[in-house]
Design a protein around this ligand. Structure first.
Ligand SMILES: COC(=O)COc1cccc(COC(=O)c2cn[nH]c2)c1
Length: 228
């Protein structure tokens, strides 16, 4: 998988060299490149924003630098890459969407800042490639970088070979549409709190049943809408 990120804070993504994805990068499973949007400006101040047409507070990201940056990544014609734009106006990011991103060969992330990117950037690239606005949640961040980091982690860990034990990807929250059961490890007693005895019973059928019941109870309590 190839990942390109366009941002005014490319150094923000240095951390990807350290985490789980660092190994994926070393093994070539996932190649990540962060591009500085300001490298695609031509004025002395490397300007990427301007005042909004129609007035209003804040600034809008100019289309020209985005056009040059994205063309440098996907060429100047049609592209099979998927352009992902984190946005409060996007479709909700879910584990299913993470699976879809993980299946892509080439992801390009556009990190908006200020009040957003000139709409014509999305409109233009939608004629040349698939574009998806994706929301992490119903809140506003100062820019797309944090959202892109979350999406890269959620999708990257699903890329075969990135996570050592693929088994660990199955028994987790939202796999199978339910929240995960509570987990315990040694010691059997800690601060007067005991591990549920069924987990020490060695009765694998009873353990599986208890875990399933825990998943249903927790999902019903915390996220009932997931059961619809
Ligand atoms: C066409 O799309 C754009 O212009 C996007 O522009 C912006 C502007 C400011 C901040 C962001 C980052 O995304 C979020 O705040 C966000 C994502 N999920 N929940 C909150 C993006």
């Amino acid at each position: 998988m190839r990942i390109d990120i366009v941002t005014i804070f490319p150094e923000f993504f240095r951390v990807l060299d350290l985490s789980l994805l660092g190994k994926a990068r070393q093994t070539g499973l996932i190649e990540v490149t962060a591009h500085d949007l300001r490298d695609f400006t031509h004025d002395r101040h490397r300007t990427v924003d301007d005042t909004p047409y129609g007035g209003g507070a804040g600034m809008v990201m100019k289309p020209e630098p985005w056009g040059e940056a994205l063309d440098a990544i996907v060429g100047d014609g049609a592209s099979d890459a998927l352009l992902v734009v984190p946005s409060p106006a996007g479709e909700p990011f879910t584990q299913q969407l993470a699976r879809e991103l993980a299946a892509e060969e080439h992801l390009v992330f556009a990190c908006g800042r200020y009040e957003g990117i000139d709409q014509r950037v999305v409109d233009h690239y939608a004629t040349r490639m698939r574009v998806r606005l994706i929301s992490l949640g119903d809140y506003v961040l100062n820019g797309g970088e944090v959202a892109v980091m979350a999406m890269i982690e959620a999708a990257g860990r699903l890329v075969p070979g990135v996570v050592g034990n693929p088994e660990s990807l199955v028994e987790e929250s939202h796999e199978g549409g339910l929240l995960e059961y509570p987990s315990y490890t040694k010691p059997a007693a800690w601060r007067e709190l005991e591990v549920p005895p069924v987990l020490l019973s060695g009765n694998h059928g009873a353990i599986a049943a208890w875990r399933r019941e825990q998943q249903l109870e927790r999902t019903r309590r915390v996220r009932p809408e997931l059961l619809d």
